[in-house]
Write a protein that binds this ligand. Sequence first.
Ligand code: ATP
Length: 633
Amino acid sequence: MSLFLVNRYLGEEEDENISKEHASNDLLAKLQKKSKQNQEHSLKNKTANHTVKETQRHDVVKKRKSLPESNQEAQPRRKKKLAAASSRDLESNSGSAKGPSDACLTPRDGQKDEKEEEATAAPEAESEKPQTPGFTVMASFENKPVQKVHRVLPQWLAQPDVFQREIKNNLVPVSDIRGLCAPIVQKLHNNGIDHFFPVQAEVIPAILENMQNGLLIGRGGYKPRDLCVSAPTGSGKTLAFVLPIIQLLMERVVCEVRALAVLPTKELAQQVFKVFTSYAEGTPLKVVMVAGQKSFAAEQASLSEMRGNKRRSLADIVVSTPGRLVDHINKNSGFSLENLVFLVIDEADKMIDRMHQSWLRQVVKAVYKTKSDTRNISTFARTEDVFVTAASLSPPQIPLQKLLFSATLTQNPEKLQQLGLHQPRLFTSTRNHSAHVCNQDSFDFPQGLTEFYVPCTLSKKPLILLHFILRLKLSPILCFTNSRETAHRLFLLVQLFGGVQAAEFSSRLSPAERKHKLKEFEQGKIQLLISTDASARGIDINQVKCVVNYDAPQYIRTYIHRIGRTARAGKAGLAFTFLLGVQEKNFLQMVTNAGSPGIQKQIIKPENLKSMEARYEEILQELAKMIKSEKVY
Ligand SMILES: Nc1ncnc2c1ncn2[C@@H]1O[C@H](COP(=O)(O)OP(=O)(O)OP(=O)(O)O)[C@@H](O)[C@H]1O
């Protein structure tokens, strides 16, 4: 019995009574006859066409030689010929094998060369071809205004997990977070933390939910999803990854590098290292920093040691900068990432910009570099599979989960794609994520921040800054310049003026000096820290009341990170940007487009600066001499 009924064409005179075999023989004979007829027919046509084409070509040449014909006259005649040809085709319809595409014509006005004549003449002769009665005039267009195309986000970016931006009114008691173990809760309590900030309350459980019996396993036994977190500056992103990582690794038996946090600068690496160390205290976990603050050999010794002829890891958690990390991957045979489970990419947008250094490719290569001997004895496999299938998970894999954090995370899928994320999940407080259409340069600003811009001239900038400290008592002030030369010059000027405890912070200083200056600033020993963008990102300095953009930042991301050094952890803060007349329009536009809740104008009256002007004129000359002598040495 057949499974499917196949209907076959049996010809017009199908006789119900004849046998199947008989019918198919008949049909075959009929088809053969028809095919023979068609062949003869097409042969005849070819000969006829050739003769007609030749005659046409002769006619065209003759016409050209004798009388020039205007387009207006020629066009209707050509149309008539075509219409006649197509109606003949429709009538005859002799079952020619040629397709309708042969009949497509595109006559153009005002062009009458030999080719065109051929094109119009040929279909006239090829009477067998089916043709459409009308024809489309090409090369003519309507001048419509072009509609703007909006980028459409992939689903994970368009539908994120959204949390509250406002911190103070949305604190979550630590005890409300499921899955946090008692030692971590105790540690938080000791550090004076009884409530989580919104980003922490959302992200910590999301990382913890993949932990089962000390193993990292995603939903349904698959690889866990990678997480991207976009939250305002000072919203507590560091604890959001430090706490779950410590909790998930604290039960480990053998010491191996299982978590790696990569940050763009030494200062940031130092800061995150401190937080990891503080929460790893009292657990067997060892945290090591490799950011170039010590010699390579010293870092090498802190990462691993040789026991007999066996390598032994001395680090569970490594905090690093990309350059030094790549050095250790390539030159330190004792550094292994084969057991890595968490890869934290902090300040992720900055780290994506550093992708040309191919640090991530090197990390991934080191992670999946399992030696053949260990593969045989290990219960778990480590292979870099493009597709996650049941087969690819047998034997069970050691997964690698990527955790991305930034206050200005790019929404550009092309850029994010470079990170090779696995089914990513986005956590954000940004409002515009709800729409499928995105504005790439829109970000969330800290709730407690008040923004001002100060219209000024170049020569009045130092006086306004001094006025802020000496009269308005706004210190401690973190002041940003666009270059280290400006930072240095301004520092010298303020020092010469006197009455203000100032310091500079730029690449002119050694890492140790920079660390020292930051410490003094935090302790309140320095009222004014004049810095380049070296301290703009991620640096968490307690009690910065006020940020001054002495030079207006060129990019919105720079602005957001600079002003984010104040109004941290739900506190209030002020941000002033000095603007020259020519900068005002563009700067205000940039800030408004970025989603700023509002930037107010702050005018400093000239009479408020008058009393400082004489002294200022005096020191300008001294400053010029000082800079000249510095250049000589
Ligand atoms: N739950 C909490 N309770 C009180 N203070 C907290 C809490 N979480 C974090 N903090 C403090 O808030 C400050 C900002 O935290 P953190 O540096 O992690 O912010 P961030 O979001 O990483 O900022 P940035 O984007 O600028 O790097 C820190 O001083 C931190 O100690």
